[in-house]
Design a protein around this ligand. Structure first.
Ligand code: FAD
Length: 493
């Protein structure tokens, strides 16, 4: 067959997946003059949850999670308010799940609507179709009714993200839910078992506990794999102290629905002993699966990483030269919204704007929105030591007391900062870790400083803002090597 001339393709760029990465790339490409279409289709979760345009972050990820986290923080703040003189009846303070869910869902729907309007205004064609490859330039889009549409494009961008996994055990799919369902759950979650101790599991268990629901977190091995170990343990200990029950080295074996609708759950501990408990909700947060198999990648000659189903792209270009990928589908890249957005924008600029700027995946900051938040950027203590050797690494650390914690006598035991730096030469900062209130807000600015080559002398010469929690980084001087006590210095000296 003769090759198709560029002008005979229906689109310059066809994006499969209207989430963070896909939409960012589509909007940027259209701004640069390309003809663009976006396919976005949400297959319902096993219990039937579905949602609108915008992908995981907007509908079932960052946004609803942050709002529920905020709801939990407000509950905490209301209780603290009494110590600052507010006259409240503590017994009257309780969450109305239906009101919270409705408020969260209304916000999401408004974002879905704004996204659709924006695409229309920018003249990005939005197609509510489930796409798969026919060949490297052709995608078949299938509608909800099963009708097929054939779409051709010079370039195709895969931005299909992922969906939560379920364990292969009886009752998991029938009765379990995931982060796809929790934020729109019709009934209050009640007593909940959260299975999985990655950041999503920790965050869900944290806000559920904060909202007043009994929460148990089941941990197969360690919490927050891939994060700094000491900081991760701080987070886990803090959550336990706040009332989340942690069950370590355990696995769910079976879920049976009782006549009263509650879930009789069997789980096995490390010694092989079977335990039983009854929950209102079992939420699986055991990892996510990329939606790449459904694309029929073999029709386009597209290779996937066999173990993960992810795409090992070089500068977002796959092994098929006109097929690109961004976001959560990429092999060994951070699964975060701003990463998908940034990579998508830069790719569009390279394809249609004569840019040569490539995505830099290093030193991306992130935050775990646990009840006491954990923000970090750069290397963990372990990663730095593995990379450079213990002799070459200096760890600065300090516990601190946020001013606002004194009056309500909040627990300060785990308010802790850590800076990982090279010990010699320019003493470059390699990683910064912060556990405390507003960790995301604190760490964002320091991430920019690290991008600019922050060193320990520069950090020490930075004058802090008093009284803030972020200033603790500028007061840091104790090294782990010194053996000095990192417990809080006095407030104002
Ligand atoms: P997505 O946003 O997942 O978009 C993919 C879209 O493609 C979806 O709409 C999907 O339905 C659609 N699609 C899939 N297959 C097809 C197909 N064949 N045809 C058509 N459409 C298809 N990140 C942060 O940065 N901060 C956070 O605080 C944060 N919190 C999170 C909390 C939770 C509970 C979860 C689950 C994720 C969170 N994330 C967070 C991660 C973030 O949501 C993702 O990294 C981001 O959404 C990835 O964007 P993406 O473009 O790769 O894919």
């Amino acid at each position: 067959m003769a090759p198709i001339a560029d002008q005979d393709y229906m689109y310059d760029l066809l994006v499969i997946g209207g989430g963070s990465g896909g939409l960012a790339a589509a909007k940027e490409a259209v701004n640069l003059g390309a003809k663009v279409a976006v396919l976005d289709y949400v297959s319902p979760s096993p219990i039937g949850t579905t949602w609108g345009l915008g992908g995981t972050c907007v509908n079932v990820g960052c946004i609803p999670k942050k709002l529920m986290h905020q709801a939990a923080l407000l509950g905490e703040a209301i209780h603290e308010a009494a110590t600052f003189g507010w006259q409240l009846d503590p017994k009257a303070i309780k969450i109305n799940w239906e009101a919270l869910r409705t408020a969260v869902q209304n916000h999401i729907k408004s974002v879905n609507w704004v996204t659709r309007v924006e695409l229309r205004t920018k003249k990005v064609e939005y197609l509510n179709l489930l796409g798969h490859f026919k060949d490297e330039h052709t995608v078949i889009g299938v509608s909800k009714k099963g009708e097929e549409k054939i779409l051709t494009a010079k370039n195709i961008l895969i931005a299909v993200g992922g969906r939560p996994r379920y364990p292969d055990i009886p009752g998991a799919v029938e009765y379990g839910i995931t982060s796809d369902d929790i934020f729109s759950l019709e009934r209050a979650p009640g007593k909940t078992l959260v299975v999985g101790a990655g950041y999503i599991g920790l965050e869900c268990a944290g806000f559920l506990n904060g909202l007043g629901y009994e929460a148990t977190l089941m941990v197969r091995s360690i919490v927050l794999r891939g994060f700094d170990r000491q900081m991760s343990e701080h987070i886990a200990e803090e959550m336990q102290q706040r009332g989340v029950r942690f069950v370590y080295e355990a696995k769910v074996k079976k879920i049976v629905k009782q006549e009263d609708g509650r879930l009789l759950t069997d789980w096995v501990d490390k010694d092989g002993e079977i335990h039983q408990d009854v929950y209102d909700t079992v939420l699986f947060a055991i990892g996510r699966r990329s939606l790449t198999q459904e694309l029929k990648p073999e029709n386009a000659g597209l290779k996937l990483v066999p173990e993960t189903g992810k795409i090992d792209a070089v500068n977002e270009q796959t092994n098929v030269p006109n097929i690109y990928a961004v976001g959560d589908v990429l092999h060994k890249k951070p699964e975060l919204t701003p990463v998908a957005i940034h990579a998508g924008k830069l790719l569009a600029r390279r394809l249609y704007g004569n840019s040569t700027e490539k995505m830099d995946y290093a030193n991306v900051a992130t935050t775990v929105f646990s009840p006491l938040e954990y923000g970090c950027v750069g290397l963990s203590e372990e990663a730095a030591i593995n990379l450079h050797g213990e002799d070459e690494i200096e760890i600065f650390h300090a516990y601190y007391k946020p001013t606002e914690f004194f009056v309500p006598q909040k627990n300060v035991d785990r308010c802790y900062v850590k800076v990982v730096a090279l010990r010699h030469g320019d003493e470059r900062v390699l990683g910064m870790h912060f556990v405390g209130p507003n960790a995301g807000e604190v760490i964002q600015g320091f991430a920019a400083a690290i991008k600019c080559g922050l060193t320990i002398p520069k950090l020490k010469s930075t004058v802090g803002i008093h009284p803030t929690v972020a200033e603790e980084f500028t007061r840091i001087f104790i090294t782990k090597r010194s053996g000095m006590d990192p417990k809080p210095q006095s407030c104002c000296s």
